[in-house]
Design a protein around this ligand. Sequence first.
Ligand SMILES: [Zn+2]
Length: 444
Amino acid sequence: MAGGEELTLKILVDKAQNKVLFAEAGEEFVDILLSFLTLPLGTIVRLLSMPSDSSQLEFGSLSTLYQSVSALQTKHFWTKVGKDMLLNPRNSAAAQCQKLKIDIDDTARTKYFMCPDMLNDKHAGSPLLSTLEDVKCTCGSLMNTQMELVASDVRLQESTSGVFVTETASFIITDDLQIMPNLLGTTVALLSTHGKTDTKVLEERTLKVGVEEVLNLLRGSLLSKTPLTDLVRQGPFSCNIVKSDTGKYLPRITDSINTNCRRMAVKVLVQKSTKKALLAQVEEEFVDFLFSFLTIPLGSVVSLLGGECSLRSINNLYNSLRSLDAERHIKSQDLKDMLLEPMLAQKFLCKNQILPIREVEAPTLYCVFNGPHSYLIDKRKNSPFFTMLANDLTVTPFSSLSVISALDRLNIPLGDVEEREMSIGMEEVRNWHCHNAFVGTLLM
Ligand SMILES: [Zn+2]
């Protein structure tokens, strides 16, 4: 966990209600929000039920499932690492998430182990590399020589800031986690939706966001309608639990997906009077499938449910990502696809999987033999990292909040403001000596 890192978030608050109308943020904060979609469910349960977490919230059946795995003895699993894989599932986007300003996922990084006898002729053409320690090599030795993986992709090394969204992008985030490009029109529309035409009732504040706040946001994104307001009010977590808007039942997985998938028969004991399932008698393959829920990334769940799960703020987050522009707001289409449909980490696809989810392809790794200083390199061609966009032309980052305070200073009610499109030529550009001049031009 990146300890001590902090970032600041500008928020617009309704003073009377102490309620956040929206936040204005750049790439660092939005990257963190989007990374929630890559977290496997097991990781979410683990992070939010840590002893340090005073609320000790339970996430329904998922918490029960996690506790069941945790209580089972290792002998019930195929391998000794099986249990650990479920309790500490890997994030297939871990390489990206490690670059987040605040990375709450403390799952150990992927390690690589090679056969100590790596130059032995007996290996010709057979695998001698494993992500698990002490797996038997084809030559009979145990693979226990840990190898360092060196990223050979220059772009991967150079891209120092920005993970998913472009560095120049600025966003408006509503209290229920809708993310929108930061445009004056968006802000004005949002304020009028909230009926806030008088800027006097509003106040701009700065919020410090560290590890604890990000964990609270993750929790709020799952349980609250107002995760940002919860963050401001601090106090005990309000746990404004959202009931599924669609009522008692979760939406169905679309039929087209359904018909292509394997099925598993399960015997269930049902209470006749209430039609309630009491318990099910299942084969081990079903248990295998059930446990695999812990390894599925949150974004995959939303994707399987067609963008409509029972968590409102998560739906908002997911669907705003859908409408953000790849290239302009998200660094690339590859990254956008990766977030909209996060895959399982390598080796995490259980053979009894019913759901149409995939695991990431194993990267092709090359070993550079250099005695005790041997190392691995990753020569993946289609790395989702792109060179950064040049930011030379941006002098002052655009800020909707500063526009609002400008309106306030000028005593202009928001009801009096509308968004217009204007044609900008050389002449207009010449007038943009300062931010206020630009605002002045726009409002004319
Ligand atoms: Zn070997």
